[in-house]
Design a protein around this ligand. Structure first.
Ligand SMILES: *[C@@H]1O[C@H](CO)[C@@H](O)[C@H](O)[C@H]1NC(C)=O
Ligand SMILES: *[C@@H]1O[C@H](CO)[C@@H](O)[C@H](O)[C@H]1NC(C)=O
Ligand SMILES: *[C@@H]1O[C@H](CO)[C@@H](O)[C@H](O)[C@H]1NC(C)=O
Ligand SMILES: *[C@@H]1O[C@H](CO)[C@@H](O)[C@H](O)[C@H]1NC(C)=O
Ligand SMILES: *[C@@H]1O[C@H](CO)[C@@H](O)[C@H](O)[C@H]1NC(C)=O
Ligand SMILES: *[C@@H]1O[C@H](CO)[C@@H](O)[C@H](O)[C@H]1NC(C)=O
Length: 345
């Protein structure tokens, strides 16, 4: 036992033993193996210590689980206010996949990003793909009334997060949960690889390439590439220089300032015939794909008026009714009234 006499030899030997025990064991460094992160941080000292920590690995795992073979997934973000109540917004959203055409399987590719513990627990309870977004101590659990400070903070947090997903090589459809998925949108989205961003509009001006279409960031599909990564970086970089604007207004302004040319982006603006909303309803229920409760201020008003949409959709589907323009005539009364009432806590 001569090595015991020399402390440095002892230490070196101990380290070797520890290294062998912890690192030599692992022959298949699967991401799913919790020891892998240990190995990465402690057993490859020559590599620069990267900060792909447990937080990052959990995200990678969630993305890999939810995505299709071509690294495409659907992302929605929810907080407590969207998962609670007799009929929550999340309930409405999931119902739409149930009553929609060719939409049920898409739930397998939905990653629900939660910003508080209640919404995370609810997500797990529903056996969905869930990811808990770290929000640096900001409480995002209340109803974020349109344009309140927290509403804007939450929107910026989501822009940063979505940029991170692009950097990891995933394409995604971002959808608000107040968007009803009545048909599978993929056939209506172009599969042309050179189209970087396909984004919904409040009103469609008839030209899918026209940048004067008023965009709505409640539903869009974005491909992961260097152009879209730059777009999200430039978008987020405006966070502290865009007082009083929500991220949608900022993107709109960036487009008017020519960001698409500057970054070489190809953007397609989605027709409300397919990707409709309360601002502009679809002309044809045989074509409608999504209905967004836009032009509306409170969650309760959205739910009330979206119930009308689901009801109308069900009767369209179940009867021989050929009233294909029923959605255009919905009055969305609760949403119209939501702009009049005083803010609620
Ligand atoms: C990793 O993150 C920790 C804590 O968030 C930070 O202190 C450290 O500087 C980071 N290291 C690198 C290499 O970025
Ligand atoms: C990925 O695959 C789905 C299903 O085949 C398809 O609809 C979608 O357009 C593909 N996504 C991309 C970005 O090509
Ligand atoms: C894909 O989109 C680009 C840009 O709009 C266009 O130039 C090209 O012809 C399209 N390719 C196909 C196969 O449609
Ligand atoms: C960005 O470009 C670099 C070099 O051209 C390439 O290696 C990388 O894969 C690209 N990233 C994405 C997300 O396309
Ligand atoms: C902030 O925005 C104003 C006007 O949009 C611009 O002139 C100014 O350079 C911006 N400042 C920074 C730090 O980006
Ligand atoms: C369908 O529409 C046609 C004309 O648009 C009308 O004559 C017919 O009565 C409608 N059928 C039903 C079942 O509503």
């Amino acid at each position: 036992m001569s090595y015991l006499k020399n402390p440095s030899t002892y230490i070196a030997f101990s380290c070797l033993v520890i290294f062998t025990l912890f690192c030599g064991f692992i022959t298949d460094p699967s991401r799913l193996n919790p020891l892998f992160s240990f190995r990465k941080l402690h057993c490859q000292p020559s590599k620069t210590a990267s900060n792909v920590t447990s937080h990052g690995d959990a995200l990678e795992e969630a993305l890999a689980e939810a995505s299709m073979a071509n690294k495409t997934l659907i992302i929605a973000i929810v907080n407590k206010a969207y998962v609670e109540g007799d009929k929550s917004m999340l309930d409405m959203f999931l119902d739409s996949f149930w009553v929609g055409e060719d939409t049920r399987d898409l739930v397998n590719h939905l990653l629900l990003v939660t910003v508080d513990q209640t919404s995370f627990d609810r997500c797990k309870f529903l056996r969905l793909h869930c990811y808990k977004l770290e929000t640096d101590g900001v409480e995002f659990d209340g109803e974020k009334l349109y344009m309140s400070d927290d509403f804007i903070k939450m929107m910026w947090r989501r822009t940063l997060f979505l940029g991170e997903i692009l950097k990891r090589g995933y394409n995604f459809i971002f959808t608000d949960t107040d968007v009803m998925w009545l048909r599978n949108p993929f056939p209506r989205l172009s599969s042309n690889q050179s189209i970087d961003l396909q984004i919904s509009t409040d009103n469609f001006n008839g030209n899918q390439w026209s940048e004067s279409n008023p965009i709505n960031t409640g539903f869009y599909m974005v491909r992961s590439n260097n152009r879209t990564v730059s777009l999200f970086d430039s978008w987020y970089a405006r966070k502290d220089n865009s007082t009083g604007q929500k991220e949608q207004d900022v993107l709109d302004r960036m487009m008017h300032e020519g960001v698409t040319n500057k970054l070489g982006l190809t953007v397609r603006f989605l027709d409300t015939l397919y990707f409709s909303g309360f601002c502009e309803g679809s002309r044809d229920m045989r074509a409608v794909t999504t209905v967004h409760a836009n032009c509306c201020r409170t969650i309760n008003a959205k739910i009330a008026d979206l119930l009308g949409v689901i009801h109308g959709w069900k009767s369209f589907k179940s009867s021989s009714a050929n009233d294909t323009s029923a959605f255009q005539r919905l009055k969305h009364k609760a949403c119209k009234d939501s702009w009049k009432q005083a803010p609620v806590g």
